[in-house]
Design a protein around this ligand. Sequence first.
Ligand code: 5AD
Ligand code: SF4
Length: 409
Amino acid sequence: MNVHDSDRIRRMIQDAGYAEVQRYEDADLVILNTCYVRENAVDRVKGHLGELNRLRREGRVKRVALTGCIGAAEESAALRRTYDIDLVLGTHNTYELAEFVGLPTMQETYTPELPGTEGGHNAFVTIMTGCNYQCSYCIVPTVRGRMVCRPMGSVIGEVENLVAGGTGYVTLLGQTVDAWRHEGKRFCDLLEAVSEIAPRVWFTTSHPSNMEDRTLKAIGERNTIVKRLHLPVQSGSDRMLKVMHRGYKAERYRRKIEVFREAAPDGTLSTDIIVGHPGETEEDHEQTLRLVEDCAFDSAYIFKFSPRRGTEAATLPGTVPDAVVQRRFLEVLRQVEQNAFTRNQRKVGGEEQIYIRHGSTEDGKAIGETWSGHAVHVNTDAAPGNYVRARIESAGPHVLYAGEADTSV
Ligand code: 5AD
Ligand code: SF4
């Protein structure tokens, strides 16, 4: 979501006549588009602000703007007192940047109505913003607001334009895309409609309580949908899931995964897991390990709990000591990687059609994606957006390695 918002900001300031540079010292204007989901994101922003302050004193950088989720949080006031920042914008008024960079005042542009990225081989399409859940640990509803679903016609119109302009890969975006609904239509209807138009489709991110079996089946059946599901589970313990207000039990999650594995046996499954949420016991942790083993994730983002001011979890008792969090983190990581490695090994020897995401670097290796959603390093000079065929020669826990590509596909 932030990458997509940054794309839009970039296009807006380019419209105002700015050119992009690679180093702060070459910039008149620096816009930090920020994440607030965990404290390490804030630490990084503080590091950048410190450096920008120094460059400003030397007269190198002239103006600094802070946008995105930190901008929408109370903490931005404290940052403003410590650092030299000219403009702070949240997530609902980014359009005010227009005036700041000398463009005519815009109407609200950062609603889901804003046209997306054009001209790229792949593009994000926002289908909903905000989130109606209230997970104990999460700051997103505070900084992004309640769910707003974009009308189906508007999404389809954008996808049609993108495809007509040469985009071959569309990713539907939102905090809980599968909660999308509009005028009697549900997410699966939208996904199916988009998969009729776009040559390649993916979506992220989903919530287990909203994920319908028919969506999981559509992933398996439709050959334009990448068979890759990202379904954050957060914990394998029913007790913790309740404390987190996730709204489902581990058993329901396992059942969803069974449906997905049956619909797309070759597909890839990823998740998000939080370790060390307040009150997490050894027994809760064991249950997460069990769930990880049962679901055999192909990858997982594992996060150490980070207290966010203003969330319920920040006030809960039962802080888990750092050393315990670290051990649990490593245990979950090891379990995920073992499973992923075993599953990836099964791909070795097979021939795959690979979508090139990033063109080759000096070593001649490009980064692509199979229809099963595996990341592949492949020897090819094919440009991003093209397909090649290649045989998988080896596999690690995170990526597959293919041999020489055949580009005649
Ligand atoms: N601490 C740790 N991880 C968090 N996430 C969200 N909030 C927190 C937090 N306070 C994780 C969740 C979510 C992902 C995007 O970030 O796992 O799915
Ligand atoms: Fe945050 Fe996702 Fe929960 Fe919404 S569903 S509150 S974005 S973790």
